[in-house]
Design a protein around this ligand. Structure first.
Ligand SMILES: Cc1cc2nc3c(=O)[nH]c(=O)nc-3n(C[C@H](O)[C@H](O)[C@H](O)COP(=O)(O)OP(=O)(O)OC[C@H]3O[C@@H](n4cnc5c(N)ncnc54)[C@H](O)[C@@H]3O)c2cc1C
Length: 476
């Protein structure tokens, strides 16, 4: 038989595999044309591009099962994908592999107000889901900045977070049930709408955050909360990042529980202002800004919390405390934050970024170590992120280095960033995952015994090693 047309860097599919796939997927859902392959050769990770040999669009769990069982039999690597917004190479295919996209499994199957639960397919876009449950007076807090293009399936696979993780937690705190397909093709369901469930191993939890390496998620049951009646947003400029981070810790220690507390350093502020073409909310120059959201069931409680927090910020050196007076003003404040990744990429397409996390009160210490690293290597550090939950997005830009100096600095700087986090009791990633970009640094955080245990778990789920192999760790 004729091998599937494929990209230059993709070996052909084994004979027989493609013919069998044709009996599972109609022609429009099994694509090998160059344009489609190109569209699925990368995710949002800077500089990664691998053409797959084929792309399949699943519409039903049974098709996922048949594809995986065939892939296991023929030894073909499969990379699951939904929104394609991954920033660590998780959704980038393997050479000669198949991309299995679940973007067409995009139905909200149920919003159950009585149990405060919802059941969804993996391709539901996160922002659309949030709006749908809010119309019912309910609330799904995880809010990655990519929420208008990422999906619940991808959020589960990455255990996505976002600004509101400071108060509400991350995706895993809201998943109560999963249907997933093992790489051998077996369909299995775990959990449900239960709020408590300790019968047996919590196998479903292993799949959350497994970056598409253990199973393909085909249905998700989520816990919901009552929608907070009131929320208020504050934009708080400081003279320096040190003052801002210490004031943020003071607010945490006062147990005021902001729903979100984000920070942006001066490089980030300049980049987002230039990229959006809008004026920042504060007057004059600031060395850092905290963007804070307080929410709650009634206006009196929320007002008390933000006034107390405002007092702590001013005592800690805040230049002013701006309170958003309208929903458009709120939206404008958050737009600066949401556009930050694109803004920094526009300023420096060759930059790299990490999302290390430390216990929240250690943030000032982490920022100090990052500053020292930047100075030692002559690179520019642009930091922003979720200061309220200890998660810092560290963007490294070449600064004054020439091309050769920048090439030499990248690896040691990346290592120093991870070392800094681990030395403070933190880890390599708070929400973006490991993928391929951080895979070689796992030994900074895990012992050989821990790595061996993770490989044994992978083998138990995926004996043929076909599901997104080489992501998080290599199989050997
Ligand atoms: C501008 C921007 C802002 C971002 N902000 C945040 C943020 O604030 N917080 C945050 O946590 N992340 C953020 N991200 C990262 C990204 O959006 C998240 O990791 C998101 O959860 C990925 O979802 P997705 O649907 O795009 O998944 P994809 O990119 O399609 O896939 C992500 C991973 O999950 C696997 N996968 C996908 N679907 C399935 C499935 N059904 N079953 C099993 N495995 C699957 C893939 O193989 C891959 O490893 C941001 C990204 C961008 C580009």
């Amino acid at each position: 038989m004729t091998p599937a047309p494929s990209g230059a860097d993709s070996p052909p599919l084994p004979p027989g595999f493609l013919a069998s796939l044709r009996s599972v997927f109609p022609p429009g859902d099994l694509r090998t044309d160059p344009e489609t392959l190109e569209g699925y050769a990368s995710d949002e990770t800077e500089g990664l591009h691998v053409l797959p040999a084929a792309v399949v669009f699943a519409r039903r769990t049974s098709q996922v099962s048949q594809l995986l069982s065939l892939a296991t039999r023929h030894g073909v690597p499969v990379t699951p994908r939904t929104g394609g917004t991954c920033v660590t190479g998780g959704a980038v295919p393997l050479p000669g592999g198949v991309v299995l996209t679940l973007e067409k499994m995009d139905r909200i199957l149920e919003i159950d107000g009585e149990n405060m639960s919802a059941v969804v397919e993996p391709g539901v876009v996160t922002g659309e889901f949030q709006r749908a449950v809010e119309e019912e007076g309910l609330f799904f807090p995880p809010d990655p900045a990519s929420l208008d293009s990422c999906t619940i399936g991808g959020n589960v696979a990455e255990c996505a977070g976002g600004p509101r993780a400071a108060k509400y937690g991350v995706t895993k705190n809201f998943v109560t049930g999963l249907e997933f397909v093992l790489p051998t093709g077996e369909v299995t369901r775990w959990g449900g709408k239960l709020r408590k469930d300790v019968a047996g191993y919590d196998v479903g939890s292993l799949v959350i955050g497994s970056e598409g390496t253990l199973a393909v998620v085909t249905e998700i049951t989520l816990r919901l909360l009552p929608r907070p009646a009131v929320s208020t947003d504050l934009w708080v400029p400081f003279g320096s990042i040190e003052e801002a981070s210490r004031a943020a810790v003071a607010v945490m220690l006062a147990r005021l529980g902001p729903a979100a507390m984000e920070f942006m350093d001066p490089v980030c502020l300049a980049a987002t202002r230039d990229f959006t073409g809008r004026t920042l909310p504060h007057r004059g120059e600031a060395g850092a800004v905290l963007l804070v959201q307080m929410d709650g069931p009634n206006p009196v409680e929320v007002e008390r919390a933000f006034e107390e927090a405002g007092g702590i910020f001013l005592e800690g050196g805040a230049l002013e405390v701006y309170v958003a007076g309208s929903s458009s003003e709120k939206e404008r404040m958050w737009e600066f934050r949401r556009k930050l990744r694109e803004a920094l990429l526009a300023r420096c397409p060759g930059k790299f970024s990490e999302d290390v996390v430390v216990p929240p009160v250690r943030i000032p210490g982490l920022l100090e170590l990052l500053k020292e690293t930047g100075e030692r290597w002559g690179v520019e550090m642009a930091c922003f992120g979720h200061i309220g939950d200890g998660n810092v997005h560290v963007n490294v830009l070449p600064g004054g280095l020439d091309a050769a100096g920048w090439d030499r600095a990248k690896e040691p700087v990346m290592r120093a960033v991870f070392d800094a986090a681990v030395s403070l009791g933190g880890t390599l990633s708070g929400e973006h995952g490991i993928g391929t970009t951080k895979r070689d640094f796992m030994s900074l955080r895990f012992t050989p015994e821990q790595m061996a245990l993770m490989r044994r778990i992978k083998k138990a789920f995926d004996p043929a090693g076909i599901l997104n192999p080489g992501k998080i760790f290599t199989l050997e």
